[in-house]
Write a protein that binds this ligand. Structure first.
Ligand code: DAT
Ligand code: MG
Length: 148
């Protein structure tokens, strides 16, 4: 089953939004397969965002991500990569629809509180980077009530 990497950024943790964010993925029916509170150092953050290294905002992005603890998660379910991005909303919260996490809970791009993988391929790469021991293997007993 498809998995995605979701990370609550330092502002989301500082603002006490961890529960609010997790509940949206849980209620949808997705399954939590990995969860940890951690801090990341600069080389790790630079690896995570390596595709953006030439962008003018790269320095401030790394500063932001390393500024405090983050919550790293693996979520699993049918279409979870794409649907996860929909639940999160557009990169710029000013353009995120109401009802999305960024649309409801953030104002500016540089403090957009959450990361979600943008493709199945990047999800696999990010899960390998953040969870070298892999996901936790379990299946919710609600599975037959969520999938036919
Ligand atoms: P997303 O997080 O929606 O996948 P992204 O991968 O393009 O967006 O960029 C990663 C993060 O970098 C994004 O969440 C916030 C920051 N960022 C992106 N574009 C930016 C910009 N134009 N100015 C400042 N920060 C930006
Ligand atoms: Mg991205």
């Amino acid at each position: 089953m498809e998995q995605t990497f979701i990370m609550i950024k330092p502002d989301g943790v500082q603002r006490g939004l961890v529960g609010e964010i997790i509940i949206r993925f849980e209620k949808k029916g997705f399954s939590l397969k990995g969860l940890k509170l951690m801090t990341v150092d600069r080389p790790f953050a630079e690896k995570h965002y390596e595709d953006l290294s030439s962008k003018p905002f790269f320095g401030s992005l790394i500063e932001y991500i390393t500024s405090g603890p983050v919550v790293a998660m693996i979520w699993e379910g049918e279409g979870v990569v794409k649907t996860g991005r929909t639940i999160i909303g557009a990169t710029n919260p000013a353009q995120s629809a109401p009802g999305t996490i960024r649309g409801d809970l953030a104002i500016v791009t540089g403090r957009n509180i959450i990361h979600g993988s943008d493709s199945v391929e990047s999800a696999q790469k990010e899960i390998a980077l953040w969870f070298p021991d892999g996901p936790i293997n379990w299946q919710s007993s609600l599975h037959p009530w969520i999938y036919e």
